[in-house]
Ligand binder design. Structure first.
Ligand code: NAP
Length: 323
């Protein structure tokens, strides 16, 4: 099936499909699910796949994409693939080796987008979350601007088409943009963004700097036990969202995704269920009137599902800033 989806232009001339399939997997889910669901997402029409070294599913995601290339559904150039550099690999000498590790796992020659996953560096380690002898996160002192310079070299070497960041606040974006000798601007900032945390200030800031905002957990997150308080509100059960969905004869998930597209945000959606994956591709078939967009704006309560506080003691912890 050819993609009927919209794309957005990136500041380096490439384009990004406005809807992406998310591949974060919590520990409880078997890895085989990642292969099946990612392959199904491509079959259903997704042309943008978001993964990361730290999700530990790059092999499975690569396998799924290659299976859809092999059966003729897509060519490599039809799929926009993102992966991310983890915090333990921020020392400049580790950047390219870890990108090459990701490419090897994916069995790909390049990725379309490579992101600094989170602005806080951790000490090099085989563990994703290394801790010191007191059980506290082993945080490092690398300046992410130095890491960025190697990201730029990876782009120039053709290993990645575009480079960007994730979980950065506006001051941290500013630091990269003001870096002396900057060669490539970040094309995007991928952040938690949904009806309860609509990131309107960060979005305005990103737009003013020609940086695309990519929304993760746009459906309220998978609520992994490790990161999300089980008593936090369930986004897709919001009554206002539910009533609007009923009125448009759409699902709450479709309204939540459509909201992001209409405000110029690239949006990710995760699911392992075929029905939901299909449903999530059908967000280019309808429009929300501006009154509904205003109502949805009104649901914002600056509520963050995952505050990623393993790094809260670091000066580069991003979420102490308002945006
Ligand atoms: P999400 O997209 O917010 O989805 C949350 C849950 O919504 C799914 O697990 C699914 O649960 C449910 N859902 C999906 N479609 C639905 C539908 N049509 N109807 C009803 N329910 C539906 O989840 P997320 O994984 O937090 O975020 C998406 C992606 O963003 C991730 O997979 C990852 O690629 C990326 N991400 C990036 C970062 C970062 O730090 N950069 C952090 C988090 C996530 P059920 O299957 O149980 O229905």
């Amino acid at each position: 099936m050819a993609s009927k989806h919209q794309s957005m232009k990136l500041n380096d001339g490439h384009s990004i499909p406005a809807l992406g399939y998310g591949t974060y997997k919590s520990e409880e889910v078997p890895k085989s699910k990642s292969v099946e669901a990612t392959a199904f997402a491509i079959k259903a029409g997704f042309r943008h796949i978001d993964t990361a070294f730290s999700y530990e599913v790059e092999e499975e995601v690569g396998q799924a994409i290659r299976s859809k290339i092999a059966d003729g559904t897509v060519k490599r150039e039809d799929v926009f693939l993102t992966t991310k550099l983890w915090c333990t690999c921020f020392r400049p000498e580790l950047v390219r080796p870890y990108l090459e590790k990701s490419l090897k796992k994916l069995q790909m020659d390049y990725v379309d987008l490579y992101l600094l996953h989170y602005p806080v560096p951790m000490k090099p380690s085989e563990e994703l979350f290394p801790v010191d002898e007191h059980g506290k996160s082993s945080l490092d002192t690398v300046d992410f601007c130095e890491t960025w310079e190697v990201m730029e070299k990876c782009k120039d070497a053709g290993l990645v088409k575009s480079i960007g960041v994730s979980n950065f606040n506006h001051r941290q974006l500013e630091r990269i943009l003001n870096k002396p000798g900057l060669k490539h601007k970040p094309v995007c900032n991928q952040v938690e963004c949904h009806l309860y945390l609509n990131q309107s200030k960060l979005l305005d800031y990103c737009k003013s700097r020609d940086i695309v905002l990519v929304a993760y957990s746009a459906l309220g997150s998978q609520r992994p036990k490790r990161w999300v308080d089980p008593s936090s509100p369930v986004l897709l059960e919001d009554p206002v969202l539910g009533a609007m969905a009923k009125m448009h004869k759409r699902s709450p998930a479709q309204i939540a995704l459509r909201y992001q597209l209409q405000r110029g945000v690239v949006v990710l959606a995760q699911s392992y269920k075929e029905k939901e994956i299909k449903e999530n591709t059908q967000v280019f078939e309808f429009q929300l009137p501006s009154e509904d967009m205003d109502v949805l704006d009104g649901l914002n309560r600056n509520f963050r599902y995952a505050s990623l506080d393993f790094a809260a003691d670091h000066p580069d912890y991003p979420f102490s800033e308002a945006y």
